[in-house]
Design a protein around this ligand. Structure first.
Ligand code: SF4
Length: 428
């Protein structure tokens, strides 16, 4: 949306006060996210009421999911822009600026071809970027509202993704984070078979890109060719984010994950055997409807046994219009939270052990930013750390000043609960 607005001559500013209009780009995934989105919308509507901004446009998943409710409950919203109408955003802005108020909503059906994300205007740091390889999802996990909001899976053509990656590299990106709702499904809709391994070969050839990080793997369609591609790559990091959601077969069945625990275990064995020094991130849900103490014990024992380096645990969020919402045996919020806390405490000890094992090692790190008011002290990330969700490496510099986006070798000198402390020993 920012790219489209910039092409149309709009200028982005930091402060909503004094603007011609604001756009609130919303998330509608789970209740907490919707709550945050509603708060942001209300804050902007209050600015509009005080005459401090000229209009409020609401875009994104919440607009897609709850358009009637938004229009009725907040008549001061000037326009709603649906997920698949995002390329219309500049036209919506033009109409608002021209005071043409007759059309308040712009929605499009889910496209059969993926929308292009070229000519982006990025507000994230220059040196890393999210690269979306497909949109939508063909899975039917019973707790998840995403397929309703984002439609069926549509992959971008390999060549198009290659061009987008080259454009990002020319714009200063060194680390690509490969995202989609389901990255291992990539290509099946377009080419009749999953083609993530082929896509990685194309991305590997893009000059300027040094790190490729794979997010949102589904534990299916991960064949030996893909494992070999990751293992043999100079750029694809030995890091996988693969949400598993649960480890009790009865829960996995109720969630309609279509993967049993023993299948996941053998996949984890294959991944670890095939990819040296693999770091695994995963996420689980506690308190899914019908989760018994026995189901929970199975999950806890699985986490204890598997010793993932990174784990996120979320309490089940009851989502209207999802199959899980209609299941019997919903659990009280306290039970969901108590089970989440128990798993997080277990994982803290495992993470600490992993971090302590890094002390004394030398490893490449990418520099994200300088620590304010410090001379030559930096915040960096190792190959085991995705931005925003994993830890960081606090880095003291070499004699010469370092720079954001630079990849240097660090020697790890201390471990904290989630972060590491290191000293740069050479610039790569
Ligand atoms: S694979 Fe992910 S996005 Fe797709 S339905 Fe399941 S949880 Fe939702």
């Amino acid at each position: 949306m920012l790219g489209r607005l910039q092409l149309d001559g709009y200028q982005l500013v930091d402060d909503p006060q004094g603007t011609d209009f604001v756009i609130v780009n919303t998330c509608g995934f789970i209740e907490q996210a919707r709550h945050e989105s509603f708060s942001a919308i209300d804050e902007m509507l209050e600015l509009k009421r005080r005459g401090e901004t000229g209009g409020v446009i609401v875009a994104g998943c919440l607009a897609e999911r709850q358009k009637e409710q938004l229009l009725e409950s907040r008549p001061q919203i000037d326009s709603l822009v649906g997920v698949f109408a995002r390329d219309e955003v500049a036209r919506v802005a033009d109409r608002l600026m021209g005071n043409l108020r007759e059309q308040r909503t712009v929605f499009s059906p889910a496209p059969v071809q993926a929308l292009s994300d070229r000519q982006r205007f990025r507000i994230t740091p220059r040196h890393f970027a999210y690269l979306k390889i497909s949109e939508g999802c063909d899975r039917l996990c019973t707790f998840c509202a995403i397929p309703r909001m984002r439609g069926k899976h549509v992959s971008k053509p390999i060549e198009e993704i290659g061009r987008e990656a080259a454009e990002l590299a020319a714009d200063g990106v060194r680390e690509l984070l490969i995202v989609a709702q389901d990255t291992t499904y990539y290509g099946l809709d377009l080419y009749g078979r999953p083609r993530l391994a082929d896509l990685l070969e194309v991305l590997e050839a893009v000059d300027g890109i040094d790190w490729i990080r794979l997010m949102y793997f589904y534990p299916m369609y991960i064949d030996d060719a893909l494992i070999r591609r990751i293992a043999s790559s100079r750029k694809v990091l030995p890091y996988l984010d693969m949400p598993l959601q649960h480890a009790s077969d009865s829960m996995l069945k109720r969630m309609a994950r279509r993967v049993r625990r023993d299948e996941t275990e053998s996949l984890l064995d294959r991944l670890r055997a095939g990819i040296p020094d693999l770091v695994l991130r995963t996420t689980f849900i506690t308190g899914f409807p019908g989760e018994t103490q026995d189901d929970f014990e199975r999950l806890r024992e699985f986490i204890q046994k598997q010793r993932f380096q990174r784990v996120g645990v979320f309490t089940y969020s009851r989502e209207p219009e999802t199959p899980a919402d209609r299941l019997p045996d919903h659990l009280p919020e306290e039970v969901k939270q108590q089970r989440r806390d128990e798993l997080m405490a277990l994982q803290q000890a495992i993470s600490m052990e992993y971090n302590e094992a890094q002390v004394g090692k030398r490893m490449p790190v990418i520099i994200d930013q300088q620590v304010e008011h410090e001379d030559n002290v930096w915040i960096a990330r190792s190959r085991a750390d995705a931005p925003d969700i994993d830890g960081v490496v606090y880095l003291s510099g070499l004699e010469q000043p370092l720079a954001t986006g630079q990849i240097v070798t660090a020697e790890i000198v201390a471990a904290q609960q989630y972060d590491l402390v290191g000293a740069a020993v050479s610039s790569n």
